[in-house]
Design a binder for this molecule. Structure first.
Ligand code: NAD
Ligand code: IPM
Ligand code: MN
Length: 361
């Protein structure tokens, strides 16, 4: 049987709680298909700081390097917010992981499951018939990474600064991914920018236009990010692929997540060239509900499904996981974040939701 090496990085807050459910799903996949997932657990984020003195310990990096893919929970929380910024879980671990492994492409698919149309905050008339949009977010460039950045005092005045910078190759690379994927979907790309203000966006638009000429079969449109934020809640069905830089993609994907009923539903794949990837829920460590065992594990489980699909080439198994999630939602299982209180719904906790999905498999 085939063996894949998975680095398991649960992290902080709800990370370990939802990770446990994703691992149960991997157990079920091992039984159902002729495959083995050799898992190595490693500390990351606040857990890395508390247990090994660093948000991203070298042992964790080594375990990731030896793996075929990384399954990541989430990092961060109030406990570590007063540390120097570069030592905190987000800037000390998550961003470096993305950089070290060249994870330039972040896919965040926002799909409304038919059973959850009532859990979306949008009117049924706006979302009936469903929508299926994919945020393609550039993940290793832009204002998140460019230097200089910092806080300094000049003439007695403190100031903070970041640099927004994109190179033409960076834009071209993520644009090609967006167009290649669009071809396998509804063949529409909407590129999100702020070209009326930002130079990076002016270049972004030029590069996207140039690359688009090689994809005459894909319809390209451009939209300013402020309008896009509005259009997403006005009429989400107009979108297929949303191509975004790092920061706009971060913001737009949380908004897209909520259209599906909850941030706890939205998985993501952070991909390098080739088959290596890190698979992480789009949401965070949710300190407000951590430790209560009530978080929605579906984003983590669907992230594991994306790992099967994109890093291991296991389309069938990935489809099976997605179908199991859809089935339990049809059966009415709901964690608190997607619970409406209508008849036919059963309110469940994190473990019960994981169990139901495993049973459906
Ligand atoms: P968050 O995504 O953690 O939470 C936002 C809201 O969504 C909260 O009300 C939370 O309860 C809810 N939510 C998120 N995931 C959920 C789930 N699976 N089930 C049910 N509800 C869920 O964002 P935040 O509160 O702005 O940030 C908290 C911490 O998480 C911060 O330290 C932040 O930096 C970090 N963060 C980490 C990641 C990551 O590791 N990938 C992503 C986003 C935020
Ligand atoms: C995400 C998160 C991260 C990001 C933070 C925690 C650094 O919000 O994965 O969306 O902004 O990329
Ligand atoms: Mn985010």
């Amino acid at each position: 049987s085939e063996t894949f090496k998975v680095a398991v990085l649960p992290g902080d807050g709800i990370g370990p709680e939802v990770m446990a459910e994703a691992l149960k799903v991997l157990d079920a996949i091992e039984k159902k298909y002729d495959v083995q997932f050799e898992r190595r657990h490693a500390n990351v984020g606040g857990a890395g700081i508390d247990l090994e003195g660093k948000a991203l310990p070298q042992t964790t990096i080594d375990i990731c390097k030896a793996a075929d893919a990384i399954l990541f929970g989430s990092v961060g929380g109030p406990k570590w917010e007063s540390l120097p910024p570069d030592e905190q879980p987000e800037r000390g671990a998550l961003l470096p992981l993305r950089k070290i492994f060249g994870l330039f492409c972040n896919l965040r698919p926002a799909i409304i499951f038919p059973a959850l149309t009532g859990s979306s905050t949008l009117k049924e008339s706006v979302i009936e018939g469903g929508f299926n949009l994919l945020v393609v977010r550039e993940l290793t460039g832009g204002i998140y990474f460019a230097e200089p950045k910092g806080i300094e005092t000049v003439d007695g005045v403190r100031r903070g600064f970041d640099t927004m910078l994109y190179t033409e190759p960076e834009i071209e690379r993520i644009t090609r991914v967006a167009f290649d994927i669009a071809r396998k979907r509804a063949s529409k790309v909407c590129s999100i920018d702020k070209a009326n203000v930002l130079s990076t966006s002016v270049l972004w638009r030029q590069v996207v236009e140039r690359v688009a000429k090689e994809y005459p079969d894909v319809a390209l449109s451009h939209m300013y990010v402020d309008n896009a934020a509005m259009q997403l809640v006005r009429w989400p069905k107009q979108f297929d692929v949303l191509l975004c830089g790092n920061m706009f993609g971060d913001i737009i994907s949380d908004e897209a997540a909520m259209l599906t009923g909850s941030l706890g539903m939205l998985p993501s794949a952070s991909l390098a060239e080739g088959s290596f990837g890190m698979y992480e829920p789009s949401g965070g460590s949710a300190p407000d509900i951590a430790g209560q065992g009530i978080a929605n594990p579906i984003a983590q489980i669907l992230s594991a499904s994306m790992m099967l699909r994109y890093s291991f080439g296991m389309q069938q198994a990935a489809d099976a996981v997605d179908a199991a999630v859809e089935k339990v939602l049809d059966q009415g299982y709901r964690t608190g974040d997607i619970y409406q209180g209508t008849s036919g719904e059963t309110r469940v906790n994190t473990v019960e939701m994981g169990d139901a999905i495993v049973a459906a498999l």
